[in-house]
Design a protein around this ligand. Sequence first.
Ligand code: FES
Length: 318
Amino acid sequence: MNNEKIDVMIKRREDQAAGVSVFEFISVSGEALPEFEAGAHIDVHITPELIRQYSLSNAPGSRDCYRLGILNDPESRGGSRTIHETFQPGMTLQISAPRNHFPLDLNAEHSILVGGGIGITPMLTMAYTLKAAGKSFELHYCCRSRSSAAFLDELQAEFPQQLHLHFDDQADEQRFNPEQVFAGYEANGHVYVCGPSGFMDWVMNSAKEQGYAAENVHFEYFNAEVDSSGEAFEVEARQSGVTVRVEEGQSITDALAGAGIKVEVSCEQGVCGTCLCDVLEGTPDHKDHFLTDEEKEDNDQIAVCCSRSKTERLVLDI
Ligand code: FES
């Protein structure tokens, strides 16, 4: 994982729709920012202890700034609220280089992009990329109301043919109907979803029911509920020569921290992959949303912020 940190300055903040602020970061050194692709995100170092991931939302190819749309989430564990309260133009901070766990397949016959609420942000980069490549796509934006829809003017101006708006507080006919949207199933069609986890599960399941293969349904959770319940077990950190007991209700990272072993974490919700460790022995009980089903079956990596163990003992390469 590329751990390079980049010093940036907030060039602009625009409070857009209800609870959403759009921030533009430019490099402090004046150099061009690293390139990124559609679907990429960056880590934002909000405070030394608080790191959160946000999708980039400007057109890939623009290296003069990174643009983020951030919802002041009432369920925030501190990240988005601190950003909304403290981030102002002129302030400097550190970010990571872009990473992409949500890449776009440009070979698709047709792509269906579905953004729920602030989940529209990675869809913007995808729509810009598909449009620039002359590819066939449609973009569905689902929001509680028009006033809660960020980036609306830009979306209407840039993607008038492809954009479909769906507001919860308006007529039934315009609501997002996954059965209808996915009914014209195409073997080489791809679906991309980002939004609240319940919404994403609903959209992804509908796409699969309409015939889309699991590998053609792409998703990125930015916030996930993690069920980290399970019985106690033992973890050996082989390189460190330390064994700890992970109690019921405790995470592996917390148990290791108690023995002085610090594993870098970020989301602590099993969505970012920062805390992945190699497994040498034992079988993980995967609770994360980051590894693919195939990777989970390999059982050679574990997200230690939330996953547990199916065996009484787990040996990790740390
Ligand atoms: Fe993000 Fe564990 S810290 S997956």
